[in-house]
Design a protein around this ligand. Structure first.
Ligand SMILES: Cc1cc2nc3c(=O)[nH]c(=O)nc-3n(C[C@H](O)[C@H](O)[C@H](O)COP(=O)(O)O)c2cc1C
Length: 409
């Protein structure tokens, strides 16, 4: 588990109401905890028929509150205390009944009372049978909640627990967790267009063989996610990896370095910030066999040619976007990284040791820019990506002000 105190922990009150999708809330709590969110659970009496308090208590490491009249809280005012100690409330699943209560300001149990007494944002993830969702009463209540500033997440359409198909399924746990984490991040790149390349490239030798490298794509995907969380519009150009792309990124899948360059060329003219995380293969075979080359007793010799340097191509455009490079070195990290940054004339380069980072969920990064270097101590890649995005946003803003002196205050 992440040491949340290191990473500006956000506190969420997770409310569960009486719907079949309550089982998904258990997984949601787990994802949120893994992402470093501090989760306090409150359940309605009906929710307890669908999933046990012991499950949520075990997953969050905290007692679950269910009772408005709980005397365990010193002030005996759980409805006030619980909502004061959090940054947001998420009700997932939100039943039709609970939505109706919220819309009318009803406060007859702990969860509805603390929602009414809150001074933080409220998000709800509706989950119900399609007829309940489409019912004019529910639709009226949803419109009223939106007008009151409540954020409605979903629902999605699909096969329902009752066997019918239609609108009303709660969003999946990973979708809600991603949305909540994004909700908590400052919108440092609002409206910016960011292009991220990630993963390895694969250079075919014959129909079944090729050369590639050990990049997992985890860092690039984390950068794409952190940029989305910061409010950017993100295009992710990815080599072959086994990862799910962030939900709201525009994903372009490629295989070889030349495919990746072609995809970058298509996008680059509209991009504000380019983050080159992909481990592009430096070489490819001069000639490839469309069929599978047959094995022989003899040794074989392959001849390789250099691949295009995608980052160099972008950085030397006549009007380049703000370019960020990545360097994975096995030795002399500082010297090699700074040399690469200067050679490619990059405003920012993030360097890490290949043997520590490749395939891992954590990394230690050093950032090099014109003002010197910044060490980012070991942390989960998503946290490193958020720190990197913060650094990019600050350099980007400075650069923009320099280019456009009218904006100087
Ligand atoms: C088996 C079963 C499944 C239910 N599933 C849902 C559901 O998915 N969504 C919903 O809004 N209500 C559902 N209900 C109805 C609610 O549980 C009921 O309206 C309850 O009063 C909600 O209480 P609460 O809003 O205080 O949690 C279901 C009821 C039963 C018996």
């Amino acid at each position: 588990m992440t040491d949340a105190s290191l990473f500006n922990t956000r506190r969420l009150l997770l409310g569960l109401t009486g719907g079949v999708a309550a089982y998904k809330a258990a997984e949601l709590a787990r994802f949120l905890i893994q992402d470093g969110v501090d989760v306090q659970t409150v359940m309605t009496e009906s929710a307890c028929h669908f999933v046990g308090t012991a499950t949520l208590q075990a997953l969050t490491g905290k007692p679950v509150f269910t009772d408005l009249w709980d005397t365990g809280i010193a002030s005996s005012m759980a409805h006030i205390d619980l909502s004061r100690n959090v940054d947001a409330i998420l009700v997932a699943p939100a039943s039709a009944d609970f939505i109706a209560k919220l819309a009318h300001g009803s406060a007859d149990d702990l969860l509805s009372t603390l929602c009414l007494a809150r001074d933080c944002p409220l998000l709800i993830a509706p989950a119900m049978n399609r007829q309940m969702w489409e019912n004019p009463a529910t639709q009226r209540n949803i419109v009223a909640l939106e007008r009151d500033g409540v954020t409605i997440l979903g629902p999605a359409s699909g096969v329902q627990a009752c066997g019918e198909t239609g609108m009303g399924r709660m969003l999946e746990a990973f979708e809600l967790a991603e949305t909540i984490c994004a909700f908590f991040q400052p919108k440092l790149l609002q409206g910016k267009r960011v292009l991220v390349t990630a993963g390895p490239t694969y250079e075919a030798i014959d129909a079944v063989r090729g050369i590639t490298n050990l990049s997992s794509g985890k860092m690039g995907y984390a950068v794409a996610r952190a940029a989305l969380e910061a409010g950017a519009e993100v295009t992710l150009i990815s080599g072959p990896v086994c990862l799910d792309a962030p939900m709201t990124a525009r994903l372009v899948n490629v295989v070889s370095a030349r495919d990746m360059l072609a995809a970058v060329k298509k996008e680059i003219s509209r991009i504000d910030i380019f983050v080159s995380v992909a481990a592009v293969a430096d070489y490819r075979a001069i000639s490839t066999n469309k069929q599978k080359t047959k094995k022989t007793e003899h040794s074989i010799t392959l001849e390789f040619i250099s691949n295009p340097d995608i980052l160099e191509y972008v950085a030397t455009l006549s009007r380049p976007p703000f370019c960020v490079g990545f360097a994975a070195e096995t030795e002399n990290l500082e010297r090699n990284a700074e040399a690469k940054r200067r050679k490619k004339k990059l405003p920012l380069l993030a360097a890490n040791l290949a043997q520590d980072t490749i395939g891992s969920d954590e990394s230690t990064l050093t950032l090099f820019d014109n003002e010197g270097k910044n060490d980012l101590p070991k942390a989960p890649k998503i946290e490193q990506a958020r720190r990197l995005i913060k650094h990019i946003a600050s350099l980007y803003e400075k650069q923009t002000k320099k280019i456009n002196p009218d904006t100087l205050t």
